[in-house]
Unconditional design. Sequence first.
Length: 241
Amino acid sequence: MERDRSVRVRLNQLVRELFDGVSEFFDRRDVQGSPELIYGLCEHLSFIYDQSLPVASHVLYLYSPSKYPPLTVRMLESLEITSVEEYLDFARSLRAKNLKPMTALALLHMTLEITPAKVAYLDSVFGFDRKELYLKKAVRFWERGDYWSAHEVLEDLWCLEKSREQKDILQGIVRVAIALHHLTKGERDKALRVLRLAQKQISPRGRLGVDLRSLQEEVASLISDLSQGLEPSTLPRLRMV
């Protein structure tokens, strides 16, 4: 009992310290303002590292309860939100559907045990297109040059795809990401082998929400450069259409 009381006291102290620390931050910014708000708050809370986004979401909810949903680590995981951009996209999607942050919180509490059926329910309530969600995440990783993470997300997208033809094209895109990962490590021969496999699969016939024609052309250009021992003139990009 004494130990529980001590924990509660320390927790209260930490909460007070946290709010003392961010009060000046909010005094100098418009709490209803731009997306830079949560970037700054996460930076301010960087001392708690991977907890900064969930803590920031709760602080933002207290200051602007109609705009920002307070999400726990498990809730963020269930929605596959791993960045500030994805959190802001989620907050905007709630407002677009006239869903209050506390409504979202209640629904997420009900569905924390993740199963395919519950994921599908979350998608229907929040209006998520899970394929589009994965694709956006892959594009973000790709643009940052994190090709390995992009390939992992694309594999999740591959699991959702039903069409055999589209799965084959998607596998080609996954291979491009793997090839680029090899290339960043200086493994040109490995990259070239994987790119040649990918080239056979990528087709403009795909309906995956990706600019496949440009990707196909850029893969061909990279194969040509690597085959001749040249430095790549450009790297294939993953673009949504």
